[in-house]
Every structure is written in C-alpha cells, then in structure tokens.
Design a protein around this ligand. Structure first.
Ligand SMILES: Nc1ncnc2c1ncn2[C@@H]1O[C@H](COP(=O)(O)OP(=O)(O)OP(=O)(O)O)[C@@H](O)[C@H]1O
Ligand SMILES: [Mg+2]
Length: 451
C-alpha cells in the first residue's frame, strides 16, 4: 500500500465511512476498514466484488460508467442505501467507487423523521406568514360616502378599539369580511393573527378538532404531533367566524362554552388552554329567523351579538355606486394592466338603476367583465354591460321625454311580466294577484304585445 492509499484509508476510517473501490473488471482494489467490519470480511482485495458484497452492482457501474444513487440493497440483514460512482481518469473508465450512504434504513428513518419535523416547522412558519392569518384590508380600503355606510363604518371604528364580540350581518357581497379585517387592523390586536373560519365549509365531524385542535393520537389519521386549532392559532388576535348561521347546532354548544369560559381543551387532551381572542361573527342569514326555526341557539346569539354591525345593501346606498364603480375600475385595471379612463354617463345610469342582488361583489364582477371587453374605447359604455343590467333601465320611469300613456303602458307591462314570471306563466294566478279578471288579463296581454 502506498502512502496515498494509507492516507485515504485513514480519512475513511476517521469518519467510519464504508467505501469500496473496484477496477474496470470489478475486482476490489481497496476497502475501508469500516466496510470490512460491516461485512465481516478481512481480505476483500483482489476478489471480485460480487463475492464480497451480495447484491452489488458496482462491477456494472465500472463497466457502464453510469452513476447510481439511492437504491435499497440488502447486505448482511441490513437494508442499506448506497451510491456508486464510476472512476474516470484521462477520459478512460478505470473502475468504480461504492459508498454506503445509510448503513441501516432505521438510521435513514431517523434522518427522514428529522427532515419531516423540519419540514413541519417550515410549514408552520410559512403558515404564520400565510395571508389567511393576516388581514390585508383597513378602514381606508372601505369605499363609500353614503350616510348609511359611513354610520356603520364609524360605529365599527369605535368598536374596533374594544374587545367585545361583534356580529356583522348584511347580504352576500356587501363587504362583511372586508369590514372584519378592517376592524382587526384597527384594533390593538393588529399585529397578532387574524384567523378566518368558514363555518359552512368544515364538516361537522371535523369541527371540534379544527376549532380546538387535537393531541397526538387523538383519533386514527391524527397527525403524530397533534395540531393547534383555529382558536389557539388566533390567540392574542381575532377570529372571524364566517357564515356563522351555518354552524351545526351541536357545535354551537361547544362554541358557546369557549366564549363563556375563554378556555379550550384540545381533542384527546386534558390540558386547559386559556384563550384571548376577539370574536367577530358574520352571516348573511337572519339569525333571528334561525332562532325561531330552532336552528340557532339564542344564548349563543346574545354572546355574539354584543355589538351588531349591519352592512347596507348596495341598493340602499345607490349614491355610492359611482364611487365604487370607479374605484373598482381603477383597482381592476391596475390588476390586469388594462388602460381605461372611466365609466360613461350612460353606463353609470344603468349601474345606478340596477338593484344589485349580489351587491359589491357583483358590481366588481360587472366592472371586471366590462374592462375586459374594452376594445379601442377608453370608457365603459352600456354595450360593455351584461344584458340584464341594460334591460332594467326602464325601471325608473323617465317620463320627461315620453307621454303619460306610454309611460303607464310601460309600467303596466313590467308589472304583468314580473307577476307572470313569479307564477311561472300561470294566468289564473296572475289575474288573481293583480285583482283583475282572467279575460281582463288576456286583453291587456294582447294590447301590450306580451304574447
Ligand atoms: N366598501 C367596499 N369598498 C370596496 N370594495 C368592497 C367594499 N365592500 C366590499 N368590497 C369588495 O366586494 C367583495 C365582497 O366583499 P366580502 O367578501 O367582504 O363580502 P361578504 O359580505 O363577506 O360576502 P359573502 O356574504 O358572500 O361572504 C370583495 O371583493 C371586496 O373587496
Ligand atoms: Mg364573506
């Protein structure tokens, strides 16, 4: 053995490396002491590698020159993972080196569980940064100057300073979530988490573990390390219980307990965890009606409804439509990189006359659609609006430029059509609702050209 080999062996042994070298014929030329011990083989040098290491492929790598990594191999009742690298000197294949990466997959398992834990930790920090736990909107993001809207905002701004539970109601798309985020950001909890829970989306059987967390092995399929529930994650901050009207009754009892005791216990755990969370609940349903139908607990309602913020529908704040349409246009044009200069007067007229069942969300969708339809135009025109919005213009009967009879006919037509729609075309019922005879209704239908 020359000095290089001696030095090499010293290096390998110092790190207890298991390394073997073969020549181009697969004959062992060198093996570290660690490997010899591992194999229980004293003099491997000069032997073909297959005689020394069962299931090896090192002689193949020495022939193909192709590196191999990560295959599991069975050696002396150990499941090992090795790496095999060809030795190429001066462009010629001279043999191959094998090295055991993991002498026993059990060690590998320890390592892999370490990696898994690190990944979990990483996920945890990622989650911490997750937008779900952050509220991005502030009171400045809330557009609207109408008195009705400003009243709610002012009240909300004062409420934000305190810790009382808040119930936000309002039709779909009126900005309940936006307001909840603004309240959190306007409160002393702003730097703590904001956690939103969609009560309608969590399956009943997972509700408890989602909300309160669980301990290791609490149920089959539970994560080994246990998991924090939403309340624990939100600790110090705000929890938004969205769609609270859809929370199952059985869960309402448990929620009520948390609100009363201000403490939780993880599923399968026995440690009491104190909870300091501001609760904001939101719904577009009438909780009072749900209480009457015995679908919502009255005691829970009173706990949540300490401060009630009722967002007006867009219909009730029609004077905000112009401002909203324009600020949504600017926001969306920036988002999509579209250039536009405004909403035309005529288009705005249509927007103002529409009744917006989907409120601001619907307005946002209409504006988004319109700016995508802009061709060479720089203004949003009536032709960019959906048919159903353009159709409703007649609603605010403008009789300045039509005679009275025409206006009355128009109105009559509209009323009859809307009742016919409601009764699904049933003329008997329609006539009854309108308080006229069947024959009378037929006459009108004919005269107004409604056939
Ligand atoms: N005052 C406002 N100014 C600007 N944009 C608003 C305003 N209110 C709501 N929006 C926008 O309208 C959309 C709907 O708002 P949000 O999701 O808060 O409504 P919601 O009341 O929670 O609706 P849902 O009942 O359907 O959950 C969002 O895209 C939001 O950005
Ligand atoms: Mg919402």
């Amino acid at each position: 053995m020359n000095i290089d080999e001696e030095l090499l062996n010293f290096i390998f042994d110092s790190f207890e490396e298991c390394i073997v070298v073969v020549d181009e014929n697969g004959i062992v030329t060198m093996m570290s002491n660690g490997y010899k011990e591992f194999l229980g083989c004293i003099n491997p040098e000069g032997k073909h590698v297959t005689e020394v290491i069962p299931n090896t492929k090192l002689h193949i790598v020495a022939k193909t020159g192709l590196k191999e990594f990560g295959e599991i191999q069975e050696v002396n009742n150990h499941r090992i993972i090795s790496i095999r690298v060809p030795i190429v000197l001066d462009g010629k294949l001279k043999g191959a080196i094998g090295k055991i990466m993991f002498k026993d997959l059990n060690n590998f398992k320890i390592l892999s569980s370490k990696i898994t834990n690190l990944e979990k930790e990483l996920q945890y920090y990622k989650n911490e940064l997750d937008s779900e736990k952050k509220a991005k909107y502030t009171f400045n993001s809330l557009m609207g100057k109408s008195i009705k809207f400003q009243e709610v905002v002012n009240f909300a701004q004062r409420a934000a300073k305190g810790d009382s539970s808040i119930l936000i109601t309002g039709e779909s798309g009126t900005g309940k979530e936006l307001l909840a985020q603004a309240i959190h950001n306007g409160s002393k909890r702003a730097l703590k988490p904001f956690v939103k829970v969609n009560c309608a989306a969590i399956p009943a059987e997972l509700f408890e573990s989602e909300m309160f967390g669980y301990e290791e092995g609490a149920f089959t399929g539970a994560k080994k390390s246990g998991l924090k529930g939403k309340f624990e994650i939100a600790n110090g901050g705000t929890i938004l219980l969205d769609e609270i009207g859809d929370m199952p009754l059985s869960m309402q009892v448990k929620l009520l307990r948390v609100l009363q005791e201000r403490e939780i216990m993880r599923v399968g755990g026995n440690e009491v965890i104190n909870i300091n969370v501001r609760v904001i609940a939101a719904t577009n349903k009438s909780l009072q009606e749900l209480i009457e139908q015995e679908k919502f607990r009255e005691d829970l309602y009173y706990r949540l409804n300490v401060i009630h913020l009722k967002l007006p529908s867009l219909r009730e704040r029609a004077e905000d439509i112009e401002l909203l349409a324009d600020s949504l246009r600017v926001k969306l044009c920036n988002k999509y990189g579209i250039y536009s200069e405004g909403v035309s007067k005529e288009a705005l007229e249509y927007l103002k006359n529409y009744d917006w069942p989907g409120n601001i969300r619907q307005l946002e969708n209409v504006i988004e659609r319109s700016i995508n339809l802009l061709d060479t135009e720089l203004l949003i025109l009536p032709k960019h609006l959906p048919d159903k919005i353009v159709e409703t213009k007649g609603k605010k009967h403008n009789i300045d430029n039509s005679d009275l009879k025409e206006a009355v006919d128009e109105m009559e037509k509209e009323i009859i059509v809307s009742i016919l729609e409601k009764t699904k075309g049933n003329k008997n019922q329609t006539a009854k609702i309108l308080g006229i005879s069947r024959a009378g209704l037929y006459k009108k239908i004919k005269r107004l050209g409604l056939e």
